[in-house]
Design a protein around this ligand. Structure first.
Ligand SMILES: O=C(O)c1ccccc1NCC(=O)[C@H](O)[C@H](O)COP(=O)(O)O
Length: 214
């Protein structure tokens, strides 16, 4: 797919009204809500409805799931534009709700991204994240970005340990479609910092300005 000239930005793990408002005002393209109860950033479907209602058109509302029950997805889907799956979901499970979806892949040894892109060909993008055994996401850890092939057929959302300080280097190295950050813009799990969100977006825009893609 064509390389974008503007890297899209998703802020993930929002739990508070003020952070949603600040993220929208700062210019985030997408906001993520963790619907896996095991997370320190988890919210329930009722809270999702409240936060989602504040988000204007053209900002994508993303729900994060880890091997969810169909009932949980059913309760959330009306408040979401995009579903993000972090567990062992099959492509059929990801597609079952009838919403656009993306698949998160943790970069464990031996993962074949070309094969995964084929398996999850119904995904709108692949989100690539660090691998830590037993933790489905939001680790705050980076991985070796050189493992991402340039020729992958799916758009890449780069995640894992991104911060205002390293996201420019990450964009230069990977040239992803989008970047995704949670811990790198937080004061504590689920509590975002407006200044760090703004700094992250500035760093992305600066990196985009340095690009010399044909
Ligand atoms: O954030 C969580 O607690 C979480 C739990 C279960 C699945 C996914 C989760 N988060 C995903 C993300 O926030 C991001 O997509 C990604 O993992 C980046 O997180 P971070 O390294 O903290 O920037």
């Amino acid at each position: 797919m064509p390389i974008p000239t503007r890297t899209r930005v998703k802020f993930c793990g929002l739990t508070r009204e003020e952070d949603v408002d600040a993220a929208v005002a700062a210019g985030a393209d997408a906001l993520g809500f963790v619907l896996w109860p095991g997370s320190g950033r988890a919210i329930d479907p009722e809270r999702l409805a409240e936060l989602s209602a504040r988000i204007p058109a053209f900002v994508t509302r993303v729900g994060l799931f880890v091997d969810p029950s169909p009932a949980l997805v059913d309760r959330c889907v009306a408040h979401l534009d995009l579903l993000q799956f972090h567990g062992d979901e099959s492509p059929a499970t990801c597609a079952a709700a009838g919403r656009a979806w993306i698949k998160a892949l943790r970069m464990r040894d031996g993962l074949d991204l070309h094969a995964a892109a084929e398996t999850y060909r119904g995904a709108r993008a692949l989100l690539l994240d660090a691998y830590r055994p037993g933790v489905p996401g939001g680790t705050g850890e980076t991985f070796d970005w050189s493992r991402i092939p340039a020729s992958l057929v799916k758009p890449v959302i780069l995640a894992g340990g991104l911060t205002p300080d390293n996201v420019g280097e990450a964009i230069a190295a990977v040239r992803p479609f989008a970047v995704d950050v949670s811990g790198g813009i937080e004061a504590a799990p689920g509590v975002k910092e407006t200044a760090r969100m703004a700094a992250f977006l500035r760093a992305v825009r600066w990196a985009d300005d340095q690009r010399s893609d044909p």
